[in-house]
Design a protein around this ligand. Structure first.
Ligand code: NAD
Length: 437
């Protein structure tokens, strides 16, 4: 199948590479010239596990190419996938549709023959209708269907998730469009449920899913707070809960609050859609508020762990919103650091294996950046672990202790083994458990 993908970011690029690997002919389109130039020169513009190898392979065999030209990417395509951003509106927090509307308007004049336009971006209910009318207005002769094709990949696991989907949701109002997409996903039909629903249901499935996952995270975080006070153990509680098949054992890991480019924005957009439709989504509203407060509380925990000395120093390990990605958008680490800066409690030095360039764009020179974990902790009074990078599990604790001024660790990702850390001579705190030797 010939496929044009509009938007070559965290969704568009792994999707393009994955579809090329399945044997399709893919052209990725982006309006950012520097991004397309880098990709044409063989340089990846995002970090994703396993992406580089497949990218190089499919560039070499000519199945994927990159362009800034909408015409080039769209005119021969059987399928055009829209994967542009839908960021939150700064005031109302509704999903901002300007990139979607621009993409729909720009692609319209280049359509030739029957084409399916599939929206992979996360979009409010009714967007498919808007895209359809924008294209029709610009090119009344065009023969096309607009489909909702929500993306469920997890950043950091984008390639794994592309090849191992739980489900593929196709929101199509015509049989013809649904058949084309079923054909595209045929290689997965033995392992994933392929669900064909109406376009509006499909658009809702994506938001309802992300809001539910956010609620689940917020719930276990509140239970973790309770466990600390009640001297229970959140992992024992989560295990006991998760054995109930109605609850399930996934997404019951406590942490510093949900973040990233999707959960915060999608919960806000869903709450907004609820209000627009006269439906109060009270659980979602509560989770949004609670999750914000949580990040302030996390900063307070770090401050409380500082010794009462002049000019204390904080070392931060982890800046990305989770391990396995360089993405810092709405990262809990960014909010926690911003709160620490606001409290003006001391100098901060941070390290992240992949996310420092992106973090620097957000935090600038308000903090210092180290070349590795050991340089970050030099002279520090508290080490705060904010992202669950696998490398941080295997730190040389004796070396860390010899480098720190005060051996205190606040582990907001519960990465370290409490007994080992305490035996190594640290004061140690974590989420949802009272750490004991
Ligand atoms: P992104 O910002 O990484 O990428 C979007 C790209 O689209 C950018 O490179 C931008 O330059 C390009 N673009 C914007 N308008 C364009 C136009 N008119 N023509 C050509 N290119 C254009 O965004 P992302 O993280 O890939 O997210 C894309 C969508 O997918 C969002 O709606 C998001 O909510 C959804 N989504 C994201 C994830 C995720 O994990 N990131 C997961 C599921 C769904």
């Amino acid at each position: 199948m010939k496929i044009g993908i509009i938007g070559t970011g965290y969704v568009g690029l792994p999707t393009g590479v994955g579809l090329a690997e399945l044997g399709n002919e893919v052209i990725c389109i982006d309006r950012e010239i520097s991004k397309i130039e880098a990709l044409r020169n063989g340089h990846l513009t995002i970090y994703e596990d396993g992406l580089e190898e497949l990218f190089k392979k499919n560039v070499a065999n000519g199945r994927i190419s990159f362009t800034t030209s909408m015409k080039e990417g769209v005119e021969n395509a059987d399928l055009v996938i829209i994967a542009v951003g839908t960021p939150p509106h700064p005031v109302t927090k509704e999903a901002d549709m300007k990139y979607i509307h621009a993409a729909a308007t720009e692609l319209a004049e280049h359509l030739r023959g029957y084409t399916v336009i599939a929206t992979k971006s996360t979009v409010p209910v009714g967007t498919g209708d808007d895209v359809e009318s924008l294209i029709h207005k610009k090119n009344p002769q065009a023969d096309f269907d607009v489909v909702s094709l929500p993306e469920f990949l997890r950043e950091g696991f984008a390639i794994h998730d592309f090849f191992n989907p739980d489900r593929i949701v196709i929101g199509a109002n015509t049989e013809k469009a649904c058949t084309l997409l079923r054909e595209l996903y045929k290689p997965f039909e033995h392992k994933a449920k392929i669900l064909c629903v109406s376009r509006r249901s499909s658009e809702t499935i994506k938001y309802a899913s992300n809001a539910f996952l956010s609620l689940k995270i917020h719930y276990i975080n509140e239970m973790a707070d309770f466990c600390e006070k009640a001297q229970a153990d959140i992992y024992e509680v989560a295990r006991g809960m998760g054995l109930d098949s109605r609850i399930g054992d996934k997404f019951l890991n406590p942490g510093p609050g949900y973040g990233g480019s999707c959960f915060p924005k999608d919960t806000n957009a869903m709450a907004y859609m609820g209000r627009q439709n006269g439906v109060v989504l009270s659980l979602i509203e509560a989770a949004i508020k609670g999750n914000e407060v949580r990040k302030e509380k996390m900063a307070e925990r770090i401050i409380a762990a500082l010794p009462d000395i002049e000019a204390p120093k904080i070392a931060v390990l982890g800046l990305a919103f989770k391990g396995g990605t360089d993405d810092c958008r709405v990262s809990p680490a960014m909010s926690i650091i911003e709160n620490l800066i606001k409290a003006d409690v001391g100098a901060i030095t941070a390290y992240d294996p992949e996310a420092m360039p992106n973090a620097r764009k957000i935090l600038g020179d308000k903090i210092m950046y180290a070349d590795d974990a050991y340089s970050a902790v030099k002279g520090a009074d508290v080490l705060a672990i904010l992202t669950e990078w696998e490398d941080f599990r295997h730190l040389d604790l004796a070396r860390i202790k010899s480098l720190m001024r005060t051996p205190t660790i606040v582990d907001l990702r519960n990465l370290l083994d409490p007994q080992t850390v305490i035996a190594a001579g640290f004061t140690y705190s974590r989420i949802g458990q009272v750490a004991t030797a």
